[in-house]
Ligand binder design. Structure first.
Ligand SMILES: Cc1cc2nc3c(=O)[nH]c(=O)nc-3n(C[C@H](O)[C@H](O)[C@H](O)COP(=O)(O)O)c2cc1C
Length: 140
């Protein structure tokens, strides 16, 4: 089992419809290929974790890098893993809005998200913790 984590910059003015289409493609392909993960969207940037069989993931990552709906794709981590963080999600999605940061947890999460995505270069406990936090947010 393998994981790949990257961040990227969405194309300018990406629409909700564009994102819905990305998720539809992702969920169809991923569920057929035993890939799981989570996509976060904030400040016009994506951060994504994909989990699955190594060669399937590497091929998928090549297609994702070529996708015109985003650019500046930057690999943050790739590693062999023992178990999935998102076993029940073909692709979880969470959009972090500045406006709904009334909740202190979310505000902290947004800040951690930005800082960590800049800091994590190697698979670390920090990146695992980061995705576990993301999962908690989704399950609320
Ligand atoms: C931010 C982002 C995340 C994506 N995540 C996935 C994904 O998890 N699984 C997937 O099959 N496609 C995903 N895609 C779509 C792929 O980039 C691509 O459209 C898909 O693999 C089909 O590629 P093809 O047209 O070359 O066959 C994502 C695209 C973007 C922009």
């Amino acid at each position: 089992m393998y994981e790949i984590i990257y961040r990227s910059v969405a194309k300018p003015n990406i629409s909700a419809d564009d994102i819905a289409k990305i998720l539809e493609t992702a969920r169809n392909f991923n569920s057929e290929n035993e890939i799981t993960g989570c996509l976060l969207f904030h400040n016009n940037e994506f951060i994504q974790i994909i989990e699955g069989e190594k060669s399937t993931l590497l091929n998928l990552y090549e297609s994702i890098k070529k996708d015109k709906r985003h650019g500046n794709v930057m690999l943050l981590a790739e590693a062999e893993i023992q178990n999935r963080i998102f076993p029940n999600w073909s692709m979880a999605y969470y959009q972090l809005n500045e406006n709904d940061s009334v909740n202190i947890d979310k505000l902290l999460f947004v800040n951690n998200f930005i800082t960590l995505s800049e800091l994590i270069e190697k698979p670390t406990h920090a990146s695992r913790l980061f995705w576990l936090m993301a999962k908690q947010l989704l399950e609320r």
